[in-house]
Design a binder for this molecule. Structure first.
Ligand code: PLP
Length: 377
């Protein structure tokens, strides 16, 4: 099976992990800090908080923004369920904003319309950069700022992407940006995630929420310091800490990031060339942004989608559908009645993800292209 996404681990990665494993601290040591600093510096953002998954990063982001019971959060519906679950973890209600049909990203037009017609406004919106293509962040952040709404960028697909003259993760257009280091993502720590922000207060809160709600930093405490043993639990937090072993892998992987994103772009170009002039809609290309190509999503005729999917699967191609609209999920359906969103439905009926990652070869891409064309007939 040619996987839709898969990690690359080299000897340097293996050695970095072994070294971390042999060091006195295998969790909560200096490498986590180094990884945080390296990622913050890559993105051009002030603060980074490493945690043990992208989902945990989304959760502490919501908590730090004060999202709780009685609050509403609007999310992009074409995404992994974690993008919306994080708001439910906090006791908030979730609703969805329709997408742009071309990109699958939250539509600024739909957002504007929903803001103008809703009686209840969200405290925050969570914007996903689907497949690694940055959403229309300038328009979206202008709208959100006008209404005093916070923005979380779910950039789990978009490490290494660029938008206008910004790097995804520099938080020019958001309060917090979140990354995942799951093995299918741009770089991996096995499981892991990072939340980044330019706001020191949010960074401190996220760090505390990811560590039981506890701080040992006396500057963040009330003046009840009792001695060097003293720590303070300020919130109900979680143990979301990233171990040193995983951070060592992440730090080593980060060296390859630019090259891997470049390879993903080269592979995407290959698909664009091979799959043009057939009855497929190819991913949107926008010249004011650099896509990280976490995924390569094709659109085919809805009535043929299942047949094409099954044929490709039979040809040992790791096809996928990214994603089932989150509000289709039974858990969401039973919580609340969600009306179907027009572009989201139209997009979902057509999509198939074909393999694209630096771990596969040009020969494999060629084979996939051939089989895709074959499956159309
Ligand atoms: C992978 C992913 C997540 C969750 O990340 P984990 O590290 O697996 O918890 C959240 N949102 C999106 C869009 C993702 O692709």
């Amino acid at each position: 099976m040619i996987p839709y996404g898969k990690q690359i681990i080299d000897d340097d990665d293996v050695n970095a992990v072994i070294e971390a494993l042999k060091s006195p601290l295998i969790t909560q040591g200096p490498i986590v800090k180094q990884f945080e600093n390296a990622l913050a510096s890559y993105c051009g953002v002030k603060h980074a908080v490493a945690v043990n998954s992208g989902t945990a990063a989304l959760h502490i982001a919501c908590l730090a923004l004060g999202i709780g019971k009685g609050d509403l959060v609007w999310v992009s519906p074409i995404t992994f369920v974690a993008s919306a679950n994080c708001a439910l973890y906090c006791g908030a209600d979730v609703d969805f904003v329709d997408i742009d049909y071309e990109t699958g990203n939250m539509s600024a037009v739909a957002l504007k319309k929903k803001l103008c017609t809703s009686t209840r406004l969200p405290k925050a919106i969570i914007v996903v950069h689907l497949a690694g293509l940055p959403a229309d962040m300038e328009e979206i952040s202008n709208l959100a700022r006008h209404y005093g709404i916070k923005i979380i960028e779910d950039a789990c697909h978009a490490l290494g992407a660029r938008y206008k003259n910004t790097i995804t993760g520099d938080c020019t257009y958001s309060d917090i940006t979140v990354f995942s280091f799951h093995p299918v993502k741009a770089i991996t720590t096995a499981e892991g995630g990072m939340a980044v922000t330019n706001d020191l207060n949010l960074a401190n809160k996220m760090r505390i929420y990811g560590c039981h709600g506890i701080t040992r930093d006396s500057s963040l405490m009330d003046d009840r310091y009792e001695g060097d043993w003293y720590y303070e639990q300020q919130y109900l937090g979680y143990n979301y800490r990233m171990p040193e072993i995983n951070a060592a892998l992440g730090l080593s992987q980060l060296k390859h990031l630019d090259q891997w994103v470049k390879t993903r772009n080269d592979y995407a170009d290959f698909y664009f060339e091979k799959l043009s002039n057939c009855s497929i809609e190819l991913p949107a290309k926008l010249n004011d942004r650099y896509c990280a190509y976490h995924l390569f999503i094709l659109k085919v005729a809805p009535e043929k989608r299942k047949q094409i999917f099954d044929k490709l699967k039979k040809a040992s191609i790791g096809v996928n559908v990214h994603y089932i609209p989150v509000y289709h999920q039974p858990y969401y359906q039973k919580n609340r009645k969600y009306a179907p969103l027009l572009n989201t439905e139209k997009f979902y009926q057509k999509i198939i993800t074909v393999p694209l990652c630096p771990a596969i070869t040009l020969d494999e891409l060629n084979y996939v292209s051939y089989e895709v064309k074959n499956a159309l007939t």
